[in-house]
Design a protein around this ligand. Sequence first.
Ligand code: B12
Ligand code: SF4
Length: 584
Amino acid sequence: MPNADLVLLHPPSVYDFRTRSTLYGPISDLVPSTPIFEMYPIGFTTIAEYLERHGFKVRIINLAVRMLQSSRFDVEKLIRSLKPLAFGIDLHWMPHCHGAIEIARIIKKCHPDIPVIFGGFSATYYHQELIERPEVDYVIRGDSTEEPVLLLMKHLRGDPDAPPLSEIPNLTWKESTAKSYVNPLTYSPPDLNHVLIDYSYVVRAVARYRDLVSFIPFKGWLGYPITAVLTCRGCTHSCRTCGGSAYAFRHIHKRTQPAYRAPELVAQDIRNIARFSKGPIFILGDIRQPGMDYAERFLEAIRGYEGPVIVELFDAADREFMLALGKALPNFVLEISPETHDDEVRRAFGRPYTTAQAEATFEYALEAGCKRLDVFFMIGLPKQDYESVMGTVEYCRRLLQEFDRDGDHRLIPFISPMAPFLDPGSEVFENPQKYGYKLFCRTLEEHRQALEQPSWKYILSYETVWMSRDEIVESTYEAGVRLNEAKLRCGLISRERAEDVSRRIRKARRLMRQIDEIMTISDQRRRHKLLRALKPQVDSANTSTVCDKRELNVPLGLFNIRLLQAAAIVARQTFQAILGGEAG
Ligand code: B12
Ligand code: SF4
């Protein structure tokens, strides 16, 4: 098997999750991942493709999926067997800070001389704390790192034209003396046209390393092969708790405007992906963000594409736009996140529309023929108390009735807590008191230690003046119970599914109480012993807590990855590469 120059490793959120007993609760109920957050950043594929284009071999290994799939999978053994020029670890999402640091420690134990590079949103925010750690050699900051990673790799390979470390943009680094340096964050490309977001690298690399499982983005992906295309890096909105808001991008990544991908390229990415996958394709970023001209160009370029496509809206939409969307993408699914039924709470959170405008958008979307309309609500918002959460659930019940005139259940509401952490770099994180928040974690190390707590209540990094941690947890479970009942009553879910959810919530609540009792025991050894004894029950209560995860899946027929077509593409590309003199 060919040796890779750069091995990109995606860690599990908590390294020893296979032996540790942690009740994660509903922290990942509304994303495809389990609470281990096994999905790697889309940027792994763009970094890999960019480096391969410039003559490096890159391998992605999703350690989190490998560990989830087998309790016997030996991380250390695998790492010992690899000898790349450098290892890269993503610390994009904060919940990975435990696993990422532990994986870096193992690399240093096995290969003290191979450099470890960190990158991602959270690594950028905490670059100085990271570089102080003995496990970390480099942090590449910013939302676009393809070019700085390439320069660093050239430097590490000793290329004659490679810049010295001090001249690599966005790099935080240290010398053997442990003195650290922070190079300016000057690489921030104005657009996203220099990267390729169609997974053709993944298809090639799977064949090259004969290793499909390491590239799988999340557990269960082969049965539900959803992929994503990216319209931008950055955001024009300023939702107060979001670490990817315009405010956060300005402060963390020095980005004053989002970088957009040309709409024609986004349409091309979708068509390229459809050559090997029939699964739904998620268009990340509201296509109206750069202006209606962009949206129109995209719809023109994608017109006639018949596969399932998920489109997200950051703002309310008018009828004209919805009808144009339905015409261009006959199998579209819409996602919108009003977060609450209450205009005052939504305004405090920073969403720019009212409930009435949201409802008008639902009307237009259904009229335009959307196959499904997923409406997301959140717990843990500014000015939101327990009663307000229950009001939101009551509102969901009303939506289920009022927007189901044809009995086809296209509108589906979801509710979940903002958990486990408040995003570092968000406006609320930077000014908690101003927004009525109290933070339990500030530093990277405090977040890392929080992840060693036995339940999501103790992991939760914040509470608000309107709800304590206990109330956030309690309102989450109660909201789950009530929404589950409402979905059953209107016929959206089967009795069997509803009973499963309700059983899991009862179990989770009971376990929360048991853990709370154990936490009052002062003898640490006894506490650990009792927590360990709960592990089998805790593990069985850790997925699909407040709703059944399968509700998120878009049932547009049977999607099976077109393996034969993928194989044909691989064969053709390998053949072309060999003819072109490049190793496949
Ligand atoms: C798209 C998205 C998702 C997608 C992920 C798609 C994917 N596979 O990447 C989905 C919907 C699945 C998702 C889920 C979650 N998300 Co999200 N997501 C976003 C969103 C809207 C856009 C991200 C984006 O533009 N990425 C593109 C660019 C910027 O990143 P990238 O190309 O992947 O990576 C580049 C750089 O980051 C860097 N990089 C990344 N990794 C590495 C590694 C190395 C070694 C190097 C050198 C560089 C590097 O270089 C890359 C290439 O240039 C942002 C909000 C925003 N406006 O940014 C939130 C955001 C990133 N998500 C966030 C969160 C909290 C989550 C969840 C934890 C939520 C939850 N509790 O379920 C989960 C985690 C899921 C998991 N890992 O399993 C927070 C993160 C805050 C923080 N610092 O922790 C954000 C900022 C805002 C938010 N609250 O939603 N998310
Ligand atoms: S939550 Fe708000 S600020 Fe964050 S990415 Fe979505 S629209 Fe932008």
